[in-house]
Write a new protein. Structure first.
Length: 336
């Protein structure tokens, strides 16, 4: 490995935003040289052409991995890491963008000065693609300048909508993740887990201390369909199932058992059940029941009630009708 930062950019069908992402990386002012490793995952729009144009313009800086087939987010991301050369890794998704030209400089300085720190992360904004308005990120649980990583492990396993560590704000040590990839490929490559950021955050916290910089360095793109957000209930079910499976694997492997963990898996099970309920999909209902019996030891009353309703099709239809009326009334009052 070289004394270099490798910035990982995975992208798929992001023709409208990928140039913005790359420009935000290229504006970085850092005393450590950096490379940009782009994993272009067989887009069906003009994303690859944009990436090729940037590679031609910045041949000494940009490495383009033009995949021959669609690998999916996990394999695409971790293959980019294995193809990189730096001893530090950052990433910026193809629809997000950095807004602080000193992001990498601030983070790498901390890692150089403190060998016990494995990862540095920062604050971030949510950016609405439709309105162009950015808003502060929600409250984060660990905002001390340095936190023992082991204090964060349970929170990382049980995170829901708000990441404990937003990976696109982070810079972390490449040696740790490369070793972890070798030691436990199932954790990183299993498609039933469906994401890549939780694994990285967990392994970094497991191996050392985590530093936090309160500066806002990222605009996190929202307001459009993505892996973690979709108006399609079947896709929402699939993503929630994958994250739940990943959390269960980490909790089981590292022997995490607590009331908080039980509440988390009850909430995940209820979330799956509600997606199946809204989709009116008996197959998803059966799958949700199976996962709930695996994840939870004491199903909550609300979870038991939900499954009872879905077990009886006529109750299920009445429930859907009642929910439709409730949503309509809520929208009317919201407009007023």
């Amino acid at each position: 490995m070289e004394n270099k930062i490798s910035v990982i950019v995975t992208t798929y069908n992001q023709e409208e935003t990928i140039a913005r992402t790359l420009d935000s990386i290229l504006m970085q002012q850092c005393h450590v040289p950096y490379e940009i490793v782009i994993g272009e995952d067989c887009s069906t729009d003009g994303t690859r052409k944009v990436c090729e144009e940037y590679q031609e313009k910045y041949p000494d800086c940009i490495i383009l991995l033009a995949n021959k087939y669609n690998k999916g987010v996990q394999n695409n991301y971790f293959d980019c890491i294995l193809a990189s050369h730096g001893n530090y890794i950052a990433d910026c998704a193809g629809d997000d963008f950095w807004i602080d030209p000193l992001k990498l400089e601030k983070e790498v300085t901390i890692l150089e000065q403190h060998p016990d720190i494995t990862l540095v992360h920062t604050d971030w904004n949510s950016y609405n693609e439709k309105t162009g308005i950015s808003s502060p990120s929600p409250h984060k649980p660990f905002t001390s300048s340095v936190t023992s990583g082991k204090q964060m492990l349970e929170a990382i396993i049980t995170q829901t909508r708000i990441p404990v560590i937003h990976l696109c704000t982070s810079l972390y040590r490449a040696s740790i993740i490369r070793k972890a990839l070798k030691d436990d490929p199932f954790l990183f490559r299993n498609k039933e887990f469906g994401c890549e950021d939780i694994q990285v955050a967990f392994m970094m916290a497991l191996q050392g201390n985590i530093a936090y910089v309160p500066d806002v360095t990222l605009n996190y793109s929202k307001g459009h369909e993505s892996i973690s957000f979709s108006p399609n209930y079947n896709k929402q079910f699939s993503f929630a199932k994958c994250v739940g499976n990943l959390s269960y694997y980490l909790a089981t492997k590292h022997n995490y058992k607590s009331n908080k963990m039980e509440r988390y898996f009850n909430a995940r099970s209820y979330e799956l059940g509600m997606y199946a309920f809204r989709a009116y999909n008996p197959k998803l209902y059966q799958e949700a029941k199976k996962l709930a019996s695996k994840w939870t030891h004491s199903p909550s009353t609300s979870l038991q009630l939900l499954f009872f309703v879905m077990h009886h099709p006529w109750f299920w239809r009445i429930g859907l009708h009642a929910r439709k009326i409730f949503v309509t009334v809520k929208q009317v009052f919201h407009k007023k």
